[in-house]
Write a protein that binds this ligand. Structure first.
Ligand SMILES: [Zn+2]
Length: 278
């Protein structure tokens, strides 16, 4: 396994990709403070990330959780002395689902022969973000401003994108995914494309060429546009089938074949649409 290191994608803007789920964390360094984007999946992994941050800068870190899925925020315990930002919906969601997420992750880790990591997961204290926002918010890092942007429901009901306009970089969280399909388990498939479109139209995002997905390789604005177009086709297909009265999960999923998505992805998407309609 190659060593995990920071990649400087623009001046003072770093991405650290981790072997677990190809998860990307971000670091934006200002004159007075630094911003850490997402904290990994356990306290131990968060601590390792915090140590890596200190190798780059000794400035006080501020943290943002892009959303409340465990792989992006269970490491918060390692940043408990920092201001931790998130959408208010992320705090609600984490309070409601953290123990269920923990159980599911631990069961999966035990099933795949990783008892130490299951133990780490069990021992991780959940730290709920406490600087809560529900609309676009600026954070002044000294000499540069980052923008936490909320465009509506998409991968969850509380995804934030993090824009660094002076560097032309956007951290998309799981709003954008490289190397795997967009994850639909908690998603709003009929709204996701619209949300992406609304974010791409923001002046802080418009023209940004470097796009950091929640998982996978750093991509560009065209990649985000292509993903938005695919999500738009998915939404249109689901909506049109629903209008024709398709209510059965298998039938609805079958309508979405040929869009270039995995079977599991279209089933999750179809399930979410049926749940919302019932
Ligand atoms: Zn996620």
């Amino acid at each position: 396994m190659s060593k995990v290191t920071w990649q400087e994608v623009a001046a003072g803007v770093f991405v650290r990709r981790h072997p677990e789920l190809e998860l990307n964390c971000g670091l934006v360094v200002g004159d007075r403070r630094a911003l850490v984007v997402d904290t990994r999946s356990t306290m131990a992994r968060g601590e390792e990330l915090a140590a890596a941050v200190r190798e780059v800068t000794h400035l006080e870190p501020v943290v943002v959780n892009t959303h409340a899925h465990y792989d992006h925020c269970f490491g918060n315990a390692a940043f408990r002395d920092s201001q931790i930002y998130a959408h208010a919906g992320a705090a609600d969601d984490l309070r409601a689902t953290a123990e269920h997420q923990r159980e599911q992750v631990m069961a999966h880790l035990l099933l795949t022969g990783r008892p130490e990591l299951a133990e780490q997961t069990q021992q991780t204290e959940i730290v709920v973000p406490f600087y809560l926002i529900d609309s676009d918010t600026e954070i002044d890092l000294g000499g540069r401003t980052v923008h936490l942007l909320y465009g509506g429901r998409a991968h969850t009901d509380h995804d934030l994108a993090v824009a660094v306009p002076d560097a032309g970089v956007v951290f998309w969280g799981d709003l954008v995914e490289q190397g795997a399909d967009p994850a639909m388990e908690d998603a709003f498939p009929l709204e996701w494309a619209q949300t992406l479109g609304s974010l791409m139209d923001r002046p802080q995002v418009h023209g940004a060429q470097i796009a950091v997905p929640g998982h996978g390789e750093v991509v560009d604005a065209d990649f985000v546009l292509t993903q938005a177009e695919m999500l738009e086709r998915l939404a249109r297909t689901l909506e049109e089938a629903r209008r024709r009265g398709v209510r059965d999960l298998d039938a609805l999923a079958a309508e979405c074949r040929g869009l270039g998505l995995q079977e599991a992805t279209v089933r999750d998407a179809a399930m979410r649409v049926l749940e919302a309609a019932s």
